[in-house]
Design a protein around this ligand. Structure first.
Ligand SMILES: [Zn+2]
Ligand SMILES: [Zn+2]
Length: 452
């Protein structure tokens, strides 16, 4: 009885505030009611919460559910339109001129204090000053803008207009949410310090995060802390996931060229057989995981390709090339794996009379959340959502926000995208119902870390 009354009340509120935030099938029954009650409290206290912003909401409503900023609920159709426009016009790597241009134009129209284009080739950096500047603090917020070389299969009416390119990782949603936060922060300025919104290109393999850091991003804008977010299918819409320490892996590649002495397969005594040397090396490399690295830490060493320079079954080849990948979750383990890989390959080859040249290429480093900043990010998420998992399993994918976290302390959080196809799948789509949660988190980080 009680619940059925609440359910009707929730439905009425859902209609009043835009039903997309209240979709029962995505939120579940109880969270929906809690959310509706939170919004009712917000509606009754409207003005107070809007004027006081997030800090005021924390003070007044801490402990209760004070979910989504009223402004983001109001702006949802517009932010959704930006998102779907980005989705229809995906751009790859550093080639994000249209997207970056639209980001810059919108931020100028919001009245942001500085809009700087071309940081890290095609990144956009947007500076918003708070109502007060006595704290001297500067908080960075980052979203990525690039798409993937995938042919879209969603059948959406706003599907990619460019064959072979698709926003299959939800960076269209990240960009739109950070734009929403920039608009809110420029309008309310309810913080003491400076917010820097970072729109980066080339997350998908181009290391745009590194290029922006190398271009002086942190020093030039005085950024002291930096926060990033990624949507994640499988986590419910309205929920967040985070952990301190390593949250995403480092992915490195290795090539080993073994040179022996080729010859007739029936006269091995006249040769130095690189196939036998390679075999010893492949087996010995397994001792990195089993004998060198702490068994409680993660490491993967996989040799995936073995190539000789001869196709003949009666020839001992001159060379063997090995190719593989190394995955780690801890920078010290990554250093150890790289060092042992070279020592084992070169030492084993030497012992057997051959020579090994090792080429180890580091990909994106481990994404490491600082403990204190993870706590701040969690507090803000908890003020938005009743469902915040602070111990999600680390993911073996890699993320170039790691370069920003190596330059400044900060944290990276997952926001749920619900029951959709996984990112990088041709049927994936960012769920626009995520927008109020993600935009609230971005804006909330600024207000919570730099209270007036
Ligand atoms: Zn991706
Ligand atoms: Zn992504």
């Amino acid at each position: 009885m009680f619940f059925s009354r609440l359910w009707r009340a929730a439905n009425r509120l859902g209609q009043a505030f835009g039903e997309s935030i209240f979709r029962k099938e995505q939120m579940g029954f109880l969270p929906l009611i809690l959310k509706a009650l939170g919004l009712r409290a917000n509606a009754l206290g409207k003005g107070a919460c809007d004027v006081a912003g997030f800090g005021g909401c924390f003070a007044k409503c801490k402990g209760s559910l004070m979910p989504i900023k009223n402004r983001f609920a109001e702006w949802l159709p517009q932010i959704t339109a930006w998102r779907q426009d980005f989705h229809a016009h995906p751009e790859l790597m550093f080639d994000v001129q249209r997207t970056a241009g639209k980001v810059a134009d919108l931020c100028r129209s919001f009245g942001c204090d500085e809009v700087v284009e071309g940081i890290g080739l095609s990144g956009v950096v947007v500076v918003i000053k708070g109502r007060k500047s006595t704290s001297g603090r500067v908080i960075g917020l980052r979203a990525d803008m690039d798409a993937l070389p995938i042919t879209e299969q969603t059948g959406l009416d706003y599907a990619s207009k460019t064959p072979g390119k698709m926003h299959a990782c939800g960076h269209d949603g990240h960009t739109a949410m950070l734009l929403g936060a920039a608009r809110y922060l420029a309008e309310t300025r309810n913080f003491d310090g400076t917010a820097v919104c970072i729109f980066q290109p080339a997350e998908e393999g181009g290391g745009g995060g590194k290029v922006m850091v190398d271009d002086g991003l942190m020093d030039r804008f005085g950024i002291q802390e930096v926060y990033g977010m990624h949507n994640m299918p499988g986590i419910p819409v309205g929920a967040f996931g985070i952990r301190d320490g390593a949250i995403m892996a480092a992915a490195d590649t290795v090539d080993i060229l073994i040179t022996g002495k080729g010859g007739h397969a029936a006269k091995p005594q006249d040769c130095i057989d690189p196939v036998v040397v390679a075999s010893h090396i492949i087996l010995a490399l397994q001792t990195i995981a089993s004998r060198n690295v702490d068994p409680l830490q993660q490491v993967v060493v996989s040799i995936c390709v073995v190539e000789t320079d001869s196709p003949a079954s009666n020839v001992i080849p001159q060379t063997v090339k090995l190719k593989g990948t190394v995955r780690t979750m801890d920078p010290k383990v990554q250093d150890l794996a790289e060092q042992r890989l070279a020592e084992i390959a070169q030492g084993t080859a030497l012992a057997l009379g051959a020579r090994a040249e090792v080429s180890y290429r580091r990909g994106y480093p481990v994404t490491v959340n600082a403990v204190a900043n993870t706590g701040y990010a969690t507090e803000v998420a908890r003020a938005i959502s009743a469902d915040v998992d602070t111990n999600i399993a680390p993911m073996m994918g890699a993320e170039d926000f790691s370069y920003m976290l190596n330059a400044r302390p900060g944290a990276y959080i997952f926001v749920g995208n619900g029951d959709t196809a996984m990112v990088h799948h041709p049927s994936y789509n960012f769920d626009d119902d995520v927008i109020p949660f993600g935009a609230s988190w971005y804006a909330g980080m600024v207000e919570a870390r730099m209270p007036v």
